[in-house]
Design a protein. Structure first.
Length: 164
């Protein structure tokens, strides 16, 4: 593996925010004029209020991808219970896709949940994010349709879970 997974450092935040916006907006999952873009861009806030994990190139520490990790019941957790971890805003730079970066970030989040003694993980995803769904399933997550939800009309989200 030619990259490392670690907690974001101050010098990572601007690039992590850019990568997240590029992935969500550039791949057509988020309206570029919507307010969610500001949240995607604000990696500093995510790093302060939750945990922001980054994948960085082992040679030059260039950010290749990131994910926000939160414990259920906290501000950054949408669907996880207090005994579960949750991932949000998983994003990989376009040039880094196909290298296992996204999967490594998901696996690091599972490890973090276990380190915290949580009972499992739960998170939401858009139905059209099929590439990410394959990653989640490869890692061992399962669809949990009885927990699907909609934060507002027209934004239907699927839930994946894993019990430890």
């Amino acid at each position: 593996m030619d990259y490392l997974i670690r907690h974001a450092l101050p010098q990572d935040l601007e690039e992590a925010g850019r990568i997240t916006v590029d992935a969500f907006v550039g791949d057509g999952f988020t309206d570029p004029a919507g307010s969610y873009v500001d949240l995607l861009r604000d990696a500093g806030r995510r790093s302060r209020e939750a945990e922001l994990l980054v994948a960085v190139d082992a040679a030059d520490e260039r950010v290749l991808g990131c994910v926000t990790f939160a414990v259920g019941g906290t501000e950054w957790a949408d669907i996880a219970t207090p005994r579960e971890g949750e991932i949000r805003m998983l994003a990989t730079a376009a040039a880094s896709r196909g290298r296992g970066v996204g999967e490594a970030l998901v696996r690091a989040s599972v490890t973090r949940s276990r380190e915290l003694g949580l009972a499992g993980m739960a998170f939401s995803t858009r139905p059209e994010m099929t590439t990410a769904h394959r990653v989640y399933e490869r890692v061992g997550f399962r669809r949990t349709p009885d927990r699907d939800w909609a934060p507002f009309p027209g934004m239907d989200l699927m839930v994946y879970t894993m019990a430890f």
